[in-house]
Design a protein around this ligand. Structure first.
Ligand code: ADP
Length: 997
C-alpha cells in the first residue's frame, strides 16, 4: 500500500470523451481509469448527473468519504478513505459496500439500512472489527450514513463520511487501566496482596491484556511462584504455578528475564503454548511480553510479569509502550508494597523487643522483690525494738535505710505492675466497691503531707448511687499516682480531687494549681518513660512510668484517661471507668460474698504508707546541716575544709552529712540554686551535687560556678543515679572534676572527696608558687626589656652609621663619576706619590690605554725622560706642596712639559690639592693641558721677534735718511742755499715709535 501522491497534474480527458470526472488525487485517477462498464454502474459516460456530481464531490474532499451507489451498493471512495480500507484497497473500489465491510455489519448494519430507508444515521466512536489487514482487527470509527436522492426523491445511494478513532479510544482505555491499577493497588500491605489487587484490576482490561501472570522470584532467583493471574487458569496451558528457573524447558523464559533483567517480546506463542486461547477472542494467542519488575534499590527483579497481546490489535509502538508503562506502574505498586512489608517487619521486630523488655522488667522486678523483702523485714524488726534499745543516731540510720528500701520496693512494684498490665497478665479482681468512700479515704492519707507542703487538699466525692467494680489495688495506684504527681508539681494553691457519677461511667479528676505542662508535652505524658524536661517539681525522683501505669490500670477497667493543662496555671488528670460489669471478664469478678466495704479506719496499706511517706519528705524543707561535728561555725577560724552538698532527697542529704560531717564542714541544700548561693556566700573548698534536682540541676550548678571568677576553681563532684560511661563522660565534659554513680560506698565518697580536696590544695600551692614564679619572671622580663631597650639604642646608632656609610658610598660613587667625567686629566696620588687612580681624560691626553696605565715610576721616567728635568720637577713639586700645606694656600701651578706615550710633548699646568679627610694624605693632581696655548704663545713670540728685527732695521734706515738730509742741508748751507729740509723735521737722534713689548 502506498500513499497517494500529494499532487498530480490533472490528466487530460481521454480523447473523444468529456471530462466527466475531475480531480488530481490517486483515487480520481483510479476512478477514472476503472472500467466501470463491467460493473452494475456502467461506464462513467452513462452515469446519471447525480452520481457524477456526488463522485466529484467525494473525490474533491480531503475528509474520508465513501459512497455506496445503487441497489448493489457499489462503493466509491476518495483519497482520505482508502487508508481505512487497508489491504482491501483497491479491490474495494466498485465492490458492494455491504460485502466489503461484512465483518462490521453486525455493528453498522442497522445504521446502513436506516439510511437506505431515508434516515441519516450517525454513530460516534463505534467499536467494530474489520478484516482489512488479514485478521479481524478491533477498530473504532465515528461516521454517518446519509441518503443520496435522485431528482425523483428516491434514495439512490449513501454518503458515508467517516473518521477512524481507534488510536484515541485505545489510548483512553489503556490510560484508564493504568490509573485504576495505581488507585487500587497502592494500599496493599504485602507484595502478594499487591499482585492480587493488580491482577484483579487488570482482569478488566482483557481487551488489551488477554492474560497476565505474576511470578514472584525467591531471594536467589532459583524458583518462581505464580502469585496472581488473570485470563488463564493456574496449572493449565501457559500457566505453571511454579517454575524452576534452573531448568530451561519452561514455557516462559523467566530464567532469562531474571538473569538479564530485560524485557522480552515473544511472537511464537502458537508453538510455545500449542494454540493457547484466552480472553475475549477465539483466535489462538500469538504474542506476549515477559517483563522484569525490579523495584528501585533492587538489583534483581522481585517479580516477572507475563502479559498476553490481543489477537485483534496490531502490535504497534503504542501497544508496546502500553506494556512498558504497565510494567512500570506495577513496579511502583510493588515498591510501595515492599516498603510496607519492611515496615511491618520492623514494627513486628519492635513489638518483639518491647515484649522482651516487658518480660525482662517483670523478671528483674521479681528478683528485686525478694532481697528487698529480706531487707525490709529485719529493718522493721529493728525499728520495732523498744526506743531505749537503740541510740537515736542508730535509729535514724536504720529509719533511713528502711524508708529508702520501701521507696525501692515501690519503684520495683510500679515496674512490675506496669509490665504485668502491659503483658495482660494482671490478675485483676474486680470487686463492687463504694468507690466514693474508698477514694476519699485514699486521698485523705495525703492530707497531712499536702498541708505540710503549704497546699490545700479538697476531696469532693459525693456518695455514688451504686457500687462500682474496681480492682482495689489498681484503683489505689491510680488515685495515689495522680495525687502524688499533683503534689510534686504544685507549689501554691491546692489540689482538688473529685469523683462524679455519670450513669454508665464514673469519672475521677485530680486538678492542681501547679506548674502545668507545655502543650507540646501534654500528648506524650501518658507515654511510657516520658518525662517532661526542665519542669519544676518538688523532686526529680521519678521514672516516667507513673502515668503510663495509670493509663494501663484504667484501661484494665475498660476506661480512659485524659489530661488538660495550662502552663503556669495547673493541670487536671481524669480517669473515667465504666460502671456495671458487662465489660469486665467474668472470671475476674469476685463473687458477692467477697464484697468488701473499705473501712474508714483501716490502716493504710504498705503501698499507701510508702507513697505518703515519700510525699511527706518532699514537703519537708531542706534541712539545716546538723549541729553535730561537721557543722560550719562562722565565728571560729576555719580549720576544716568546707563542702557544699546539694541533693533533693532528704535521706541522701542526711546520709552524706553523717558520712562527711566528721571531717568537714558540710552545708547541705535541697536544690542547685541554693548550692550556688551557698558557694557564693562563703567560698567552699568543694561542691558535691546531685544531677537531677528541681530548680537548678547539677549541670546548672556546674555552669554557674564555672562562670563566676570567685567560684571558678572550686572542685565539683557530680552525683548521679545514671550509670554508664556516657553519663560520666557528659558530666566530665561539662567540666566536673569527678562523677560518682549512685549507689556509692561511704568509703568511695570519702576517698574521692579527700582526693579532690588534696588536689585542690595542691593546686592552690602550685598556684602560689606559680604566682611567685610569675613575679620573678616578670622582674626578669623587666630587666631584659631594659637591656633590650639599650640594645635597641645601639642598634639605632648602628643604623645611623649604616646610613652614613650608604651616603658615603653614594657620594663616593658621585665623586668617581665626576672624577671620570672631568675633561681635565686627573690623578690621585697617595702621600708616597703612588698613583692611586687616573681618569679617562688623563689616559686620553697622554696616549695611554686603560690597559697600560703606568705605575708612578714608569710615568715619572716616561714623562720626564731628562734626569735633570725630572729632578727639577720633583723638587719644584715638593716645595710647592709643602708650601701649600704649611701656609694653607693653594698649590702654585707648575708648568711642566710631559712626554706622552707616543713620544710627543705636551705642556701642562699641574696643580695639586691635598684631600681633606682622606686617610692616607692623598692629593688630587689636576693637569690642565696648555700645549695649544703654549704653541700659540710660541708663534706669537716668533712674530714679535720678527717685528722687532724689522723695527730695528727700520730704525737704521731712518737714521741714515736724517743723516742724508742733514748732509744735504750742510751742502745747501755750504752753497748758500736755503736749507732743503726744515731743521725742526730733523730731530737729533730721536728713536721711532716704541714698539710693544
Ligand atoms: P514521673 O512522675 O515518674 O516522672 P509520670 O508518668 O508520673 O512520671 O509523669 C510523667 C511526666 O508528666 C512527669 O515527668 C511530669 O513532668 C509530668 N506531670 C505528671 N503529672 C503532672 C502534674 N500534675 N503537673 C505537671 N506535670 C505533671
Amino acid at each position: 500500500m502506498s500513499n497517494p501522491p500529494a499532487d498530480v497534474a490533472t490528466p487530460p480527458p481521454r480523447a473523444g470523451s468529456e471530462p466527466l470526472l475531475v480531480g488530481a488525487g490517486e483515487m480520481s485517477r483510479l476512478v477514472r481509469e476503472k472500467d466501470w462498464s463491467q460493473t452494475p454502474l456502467g461506464s462513467i459516460a452513462s452515469w446519471p448527473p447525480s452520481l457524477r456530481t456526488t463522485v466529484n464531490m467525494c473525490l474533491a474532499s480531503n475528509f474520508p468519504i465513501a459512497l455506496a451507489w445503487g441497489p448493489q451498493h457499489i462503493q466509491i471512495y476518495n483519497d482520505g478513505y482508502w487508508p481505512i480500507c487497508g489491504d482491501k484497497h483497491p479491490h474495494a473500489l466498485g465492490q458492494d459496500f455491504s460485502q466489503c465491510w461484512a465483518s462490521a455489519f453486525p455493528v453498522i448494519g442497522e445504521a446502513f439500512r436506516s439510511a437506505l430507508a431515508g434516515t441519516t444515521a450517525f454513530l460516534e466512536d463505534q467499536r467494530m472489527f474489520l478484516d482489512r489487514l488479514g485478521y479481524l482487527e478491533e477498530t473504532f470509527f465515528t461516521f454517518s450514513f446519509s441518503p443520496i436522492r435522485d431528482e425523483t426523491g428516491a434514495v439512490v445511494g449513501l454518503f458515508h463520511p467517516v473518521t477512524e478513532t481507534t488510536s484515541k479510544m485505545l489510548g483512553q482505555r489503556r490510560t484508564r487501566a493504568q490509573r485504576d491499577l495505581s488507585a487500587h493497588a497502592l494500599e496493599a500491605q504485602s507484595l502478594d496482596d499487591a499482585l492480587q489487587l493488580v491482577a484483579q484490576t487488570l482482569a478488566e482490561s482483557a481487551l488489551d491484556l488477554p492474560f497476565v501472570l505474576f511470578y514472584r522470584l525467591d531471594a536467589e532467583a532459583r524458583t518462581a511462584r505464580l502469585v496472581a493471574h488473570t485470563g488463564l487458569a493456574p496449572g493449565g496451558v501457559g500457566c505453571p504455578p511454579h517454575v524452576d528457573l534452573t531448568q530451561d524447558h519452561a514455557v516462559w523464559p523467566l530464567a532469562q528475564v531474571a538473569a538479564t533483567n530485560t524485557a522480552l517480546r515473544l511472537d511464537d506463542l502458537r508453538q510455545r503454548c500449542a494454540d493457547l486461547v484466552c480472553g475475549p477472542y477465539p483466535e489462538p494467542m500469538a504474542s506476549a511480553f515477559v517483563q522484569p519488575l525490579t523495584p528501585p534499590g533492587h538489583e534483581r527483579p522481585a517479580c516477572i510479569m507475563v502479559a498476553g497481546v490481543s489477537t485483534r490489535l496490531p502490535m504497534n509502538e503504542a501497544y508496546a509502550s502500553f506494556h512498558e508503562l504497565l510494567a512500570a506502574a506495577v513496579t511502583a505498586v510493588l515498591a510501595g508494597a515492599l516498603a510496607s512489608e519492611a515496615e511491618q517487619k520492623r514494627a513486628a521486630a519492635l513489638a518483639e523487643i518491647d515484649r522482651a523488655k516487658t518480660e525482662f522488667f517483670s523478671n528483674i522486678s521479681h528478683e528485686f522483690r525478694t532481697p528487698l523483702t529480706l531487707m525490709l523485714g529485719p529493718l522493721e524488726e529493728e525499728l520495732a525494738e523498744p526506743a531505749s534499745a537503740l541510740a537515736p543516731e542508730r535509729r535514724e540510720r536504720i529509719a533511713t535505710a528502711h524508708r529508702n528500701s520501701l521507696r525501692l520496693l515501690k519503684l520495683v512494684n510500679a515496674l512490675l505492675d506496669f509490665s504485668r498490665v502491659e503483658a495482660h497478665r494482671a490478675q485483676a479482681s474486680y470487686q463492687p466497691t463504694d468507690l466514693a468512700t474508698f477514694t476519699a479515704e485514699l486521698a485523705s492519707n495525703f492530707r497531712s503531707a499536702v498541708e505540710k507542703g503549704g497546699l490545700m487538699l479538697t476531696v469532693d466525692c459525693p456518695a455514688l448511687p451504686e457500687p462500682v467494680h474496681v480492682d482495689r489495688e489498681m484503683w489505689e495506684k491510680v488515685v495515689l499516682n495522680l495525687l502524688s504527681n499533683a503534689f510534686k508539681h504544685t507549689f501554691e494553691g491546692g489540689i482538688r480531687l473529685t469523683l462524679r457519677w455519670g450513669g454508665d461511667h464514673v469519672a475521677l479528676a485530680v486538678a492542681d494549681t501547679g506548674v502545668g505542662i507545655a502543650a507540646a508535652d501534654l500528648p506524650r505524658v501518658f507515654e511510657r518513660f516520658h518525662r517532661v524536661r526542665g519542669t519544676r517539681s518538688r523532686t526529680h525522683e521519678g521514672t516516667g512510668i507513673g502515668l503510663a501505669l495509670v493509663q494501663a490500670l484504667v484501661e484494665a477497667h475498660g476506661g480512659t484517661v485524659g489530661a488538660a493543662s495550662e502552663e503556669g496555671r495547673g493541670s487536671t488528670f481524669t480517669a473515667t471507668i465504666k460502671t456495671g460489669h458487662a465489660h469486665l471478664p467474668a472470671e475476674h469478678l469476685l463473687p458477692a460474698e467477697h464484697l468488701a466495704a473499705p473501712s474508714a479506719h483501716a490502716a493504710p496499706s504498705n503501698h499507701v504508707a510508702a507513697e505518703v511517706e515519700q510525699a511527706a519528705q518532699w514537703s519537708a524543707a531542706a534541712p539545716a546541716a546538723p549541729a553535730a561535728p561537721g557543722h560550719a561555725d562562722s565565728h571560729l577560724p576555719r580549720l576544716r575544709p568546707r563542702i557544699v552538698f546539694a541533693d533533693d532527697n532528704r535521706d541522701m542529704r542526711d546520709y552524706v552529712l553523717r558520712l562527711l560531717g566528721t571531717d568537714y564542714d558540710v552545708t547541705a541544700v535541697a536544690d542547685g540554686a541554693s548550692a550556688v548561693a551557698a558557694a557564693l556566700a562563703a567560698r567552699p573548698d568543694l561542691v558535691l551535687t546531685d544531677i537531677m534536682m528541681p530548680v537548678l540541676d547539677g549541670f546548672g550548678v556546674l555552669r554557674d560556678l564555672r562562670a563566676d571568677h570567685r567560684t571558678r576553681g572550686i572542685p565539683v563532684i557530680l552525683l548521679s543515679a545514671r550509670a554508664g560511661e556516657e553519663s560520666a563522660l557528659s558530666g566530665l565534659a561539662a567540666g566536673a572534676d569527678d562523677y560518682l554513680v549512685k549507689p556509692f560506698s561511704a568509703n568511695e565518697l570519702r576517698a574521692r572527696v579527700r582526693t579532690h580536696l588534696e588536689l585542690a590544695r595542691q593546686r592552690g600551692d602550685l598556684a602560689t608558687e606559680f604566682a611567685q614564679l610569675v613575679q620573678e619572671r616578670t622582674a626578669a622580663l623587666t630587666r631584659t626589656t631594659e637591656e633590650l631597650e639599650s640594645r635597641n639604642a645601639l642598634l639605632g646608632i648602628l643604623e645611623d652609621q649604616q646610613q652614613a656609610e650608604a651616603a658615603l658610598r653614594a657620594s663616593e660613587q658621585e665623586y668617581r663619576a665626576l672624577f671620570e667625567a672631568s675633561p681635565n686629566p686627573l690623578a690621585l696620588n697617595d702621600d708616597a706619590f703612588r698613583i692611586v687612580a687616573l681618569n679617562a681624560a688623563f689616559v686620553r691626553t697622554f696616549g695611554y690605554t686603560k690597559a697600560d696605565i703606568p705605575t708612578l715610576a714608569e710615568w715619572w721616567h716616561k714623562a720626564y725622560p731628562d734626569a735633570d728635568y725630572r729632578e727639577w720637577v720633583a723638587t719644584a713639586w715638593q716645595e710647592r706642596l709643602q708650601k701649600a700645606q704649611q701656609e694653607g694656600t693653594a698649590f702654585e701651578p707648575l708648568e711642566l712639559t710631559v712626554r706622552c706615550q707616543d713620544d710627543t710633548r705636551r705642556t701642562v699646568l699641574a696643580r695639586a690639592a691635598t684631600l681633606t679627610g682622606a686617610v692616607d694624605g692623598r692629593h688630587l693632581v689636576t693637569l690642565s693641558d696648555i700645549t695649544v696655548r703654549k704653541q700659540a704663545e710660541g708663534k706669537l713670540n716668533e712674530q714679535l721677534d720678527e717685528l722687532r728685527r724689522w723695527h730695528e732695521a727700520m730704525l737704521g734706515r731712518e737714521e741714515r735718511t736724517q743723516e742724508l738730509k742733514r748732509e744735504v742741508n750742510e751742502l745747501c748751507r755750504q752753497i748758500d742755499q736755503p736749507a732743503r729740509y726744515p731743521s725742526q723735521d730733523l730731530p737729533g737722534a730721536e728713536s721711532p715709535a716704541k714698539l710693544p713689548e
